[in-house]
Design a protein around this ligand. Structure first.
Ligand code: 5AD
Ligand code: SF4
Length: 472
């Protein structure tokens, strides 16, 4: 249920009071020096965007930032739950903090993000990592001041996850401390309703909620006026943007609204779900002035039986038809995808259909994952007879197929002139690094003053779509 305005105002007042009190308490702990926070982010772009909001709030509470764990007064890990490996890494890194905490007992250790929305994980931290002071989930990142205040004021451990109501709430107006200054992240929607059978995201990020087009446009304009040149719209499934708004808006409509804004910036978006990617969307991209012709379109598996078991809602043929339409409208489009190898019950023959799809489409990059069972998902209860070593062999086979296809195709760009947005300068190597419209990395020699501008680069080398070139 929506909160009443008085309730909202009371919460905002509490938040402001906590910001001030945390600032005071931390200043005492840091003996008058500026308190330092180290924030480490695991996982996807959405987590990166969340961390920018956590950092924005930490700045409000008087923190500066450090990369050095031993210098920090507060260490905050924003975790990812999408695969086992990511979780192991977090446990390992939290384990490593034990000694740092022993040396510096005043250090505050906080762990947040997707992993912490899972009951069994929070419990494991409670039992096995007693030196962690604060544990909170994705639904309560806006409550960081209140949570930190509780830790500092009581000296007790604090655990907080979102309840049912949090799954429906969108918090606007949080301060953002952005990591980059050319490319900016802009979240358009939160959560996911798809329940792909292998995926933990709907369980930890809750139901789909779209921000209003007005709020998105306001943040978009803010980014432009701060000098951002590339804006990446984020959501687990951007193509279902707007369906649940009081006045429904399609993602294509949102894109058209943003595309109408003047400037020399670019727009990208991710992630697209093939079942919701419409021809209207592809037409909009083709006709737009600012939207890059590049699309991240995860297909996950090439076999229709496996796609069904994954609950993906499209067939191989529908996926290929979508790609064909995209290429017809935008012959220069670059495509990337996500693939899961070894879904429970997948046979070698079915896996071969993944390999053939990769060869057929010709992606510029693959993000390939070995299936990893996740607590609470439907796939975790399915029979999974293929041994891990065999799945690893399949995985290698897929990478080899991609390398072969990609090596051939990637030559096609040689000699072309690309419009590159310069993002970084590596002064030691005397090189600039930027990205083409198709999201390919491109290195070339040039003056550091070009960072932030568009240049034309003639491609002289293309190794698996990593480009080198000369300024034109
Ligand atoms: N095992 C392996 N890969 C997964 N992904 C999501 N859940 C799992 C899982 N349980 C992959 C999908 C998704 C990407 C972000 O992570 O390919 O698109
Ligand atoms: Fe996970 Fe599927 Fe939602 Fe993507 S669309 S976040 S894979 S459930």
């Amino acid at each position: 249920m929506a909160e009443k305005p008085q309730q909202k105002q009371a919460q905002e007042e509490e938040r402001q009071a906590c910001i001030e009190q945390v600032a005071q308490l931390m200043s005492v702990r840091a003996r008058g020096a500026v308190p330092l926070a180290m924030v480490r982010t695991y996982g996807c772009q959405q987590n990166v965007a969340d961390s920018e909001k956590l950092k924005g709030q930490l700045e409000q509470m008087g923190f500066s930032f450090t990369q050095d764990e031993t210098q920090a007064d507060l260490i905050l890990f924003n975790t990812c739950a999408v695969r086992e490996n990511a979780e192991y890494r977090v446990y390992g890194n939290v384990g490593n903090l034990k000694n740092i905490k022993r040396e510096k007992p005043s250090l505050i250790i906080a762990v947040c993000g997707c992993m912490m929305e899972q009951e069994h994980v929070a419990e494991k931290i409670r039992q096995s990592y007693p030196y962690v002071n604060l544990v909170f989930g994705t639904h309560v990142i806006h409550r960081l001041p209140q949570l930190l205040h509780r830790v500092l004021a009581t000296g007790k451990r604090v655990f907080e996850r979102g309840d049912e109501s949090a799954h429906r709430e969108i918090i606007e107006g949080l301060p953002v401390s952005r990591d980059r200054d050319i490319r900016g992240w802009l979240t358009v929607m939160y959560g996911c309703d798809n329940f792909c059978s292998y995926c933990v995201v709907p369980h930890v990020r809750g139901r789909e909620r779209s921000r209003s087009p007005q709020a998105i446009e306001a943040e978009f304009r803010e980014l432009l006026s701060s000098g951002y040149k590339e804006i990446v719209l984020l959501g687990q499934n951007v193509n279902s943007y707007g369906k649940n708004l009081d006045e429904p808006v399609s993602f294509a409509q949102l894109l058209r609204r943003l595309d109408a804004i003047e400037g020399d910036h670019r727009i990208r978006f991710m992630t697209s779900h093939p079942k919701d990617a419409t021809r209207e969307l592809l037409d909009t991209m083709a006709e737009s002035r600012h939207i890059c012709h590049s699309l991240h379109l995860p297909f996950q598996a090439g076999s229709n039986r496996v796609l069904k078991a994954m609950n993906r809602g499209y067939t191989r043929e529908q996926y290929l038809a979508l790609v064909a339409y995209a290429r017809e409208k935008m012959p220069d489009i670059t495509l990337t995808t996500d693939i899961i190898v070894g879904f429970p019950g997948e046979t070698y023959e079915e896996f071969q259909e993944t390999v053939s799809l990769v060869r057929e489409v010709g992606f510029t990059a693959l993000f390939t994952f070995l299936y990893s069972p996740r607590v609470g998902t439907r796939a975790a209860a399915m029979e999974d007879p293929v041994p891990a070593e065999e799945k690893s062999r399949w995985f290698q086979e897929l990478l080899a197929a991609q390398e072969e296809t990609s090596a051939q195709r990637s030559q096609s760009i040689l000699g072309s002139v690309q419009r590159v947005l310069v993002e970084e300068s590596n002064e030691k190597r005397g090189l600039l690094a930027g990205k083409t419209e198709g999201n390919l990395n491109c290195d070339f020699a040039g003056d550091p003053s070009l960072v932030g501008s568009y240049v034309r680069v003639k491609v002289t080398e293309s190794r698996n779509w990593v480009l080198k070139g000369d300024l034109v």
